[in-house]
Write a protein that binds this ligand. Sequence first.
Ligand code: AMP
Length: 396
Amino acid sequence: MSKIMAINAGSSSLKFQIIVMPEEEVLSIGLVERIGLPGSRLEIEYGDDQEFELVEDIPTHDRAVELLFEHLGSLKVIENFDEIAGVGHRVVAGGEIFKDSALVTDEVIQQVDDLGEFAPLHNYAEATVMRAFKERLPEVPMAAIFDTSFHTTMPAVNYVYSLPYEYYEDFAARKYGAHGTSHRYVANRAAEMLGKPVEELKIITCHLGNGGSITAVEYGKSIDTSMGFTPLAGITMGTRTGDIDASLIPFLMEKLNITNVQEIIDIFNKKSGLLGISGVSSDMRDVESAAEEGNERAQLALDIFYNRVQKYIGQYVALMNGVDAIVFTAGIGENSAITRKIIMDGLTFFGGTIDEVKNDTRKEAIVSTDDSTVAILNVPTNEEVEIAREVIRLSK
Ligand code: AMP
């Protein structure tokens, strides 16, 4: 039995799970939130539904790691830190360097830091947290698992933007995608559920959460994905625009009297998407309820969301010249049967038909009819387990 810590650090948060491998059983789960902000807190769930909460000023990620270790020890979630067999750190941007997960060395931490300009909200924090863990657990194998690695198999025809080519050569300005750990997990799981090798399947994976992306997984490899240079591109998301015309940037800056381009990028990231269109909420459940009550903008937000997902699925059917399976995952994809139904009902032309009875689920299931020529699946994602698997794989 090995206890693996899966760590997911953001700009002001640090989420963790302790997973027992190979059983893949979650022993404890929790987070530190609002790091460096007023009202920071630590929460640990453990044992038989026991919960611990600490509200105190947590000014830095270093302090967050220190408190986490202190309380995992005092709550006896971990009696002795020798029990930790490995740590996996989720990293958002791996650039063109990390085509696979990597064992964490000082050099890898430096490279993650250096890639910070590709994901300023994440990579710097992730590097800091990796350093803090390495100081406390110097002998424990540690792996960095990159959101972008799964997409490094994309061919140039899909990752090079139609810009002067030197911008790619000189600045590495290209499509990287994101959510790779989730897309890889659900594509492999879908192949297992269908009883076929992933290397023989054309799969479209739809990760529909607060952030969302669609990936074309051809014979086990990502060949295209809807997110771009950053996670702003692609489908309409909770608060993000997805694809828009770049000419809107100077146009809106002038209309809104904005001189700092970062302000408009913040609007595209934080005030747009479902929230911006509906004016109600970024949360799909709220938007669905408002639409049901007759709110027309909420209904428009839903229609735009379905439409963007359908357009990407259509693109990827064309790109792969066919599809064997379509997989839904993440908060909306896993839980909203109506979203899966509406999206797929508009795409019956290539042979995928939802079975309404089977689709009435939030669990792992094949939700298409028996005679559907394209399988439709609901596969709850599990990025933490995928991280733990990667730690075990690399530490061997
Ligand atoms: P995630 O980022 O994967 O945690 O997903 C968050 C999104 O999932 C939010 O927009 C939630 O409203 C949405 N979500 C969670 N449960 C449901 C549900 N039962 N029906 C519709 N959307 C849901």
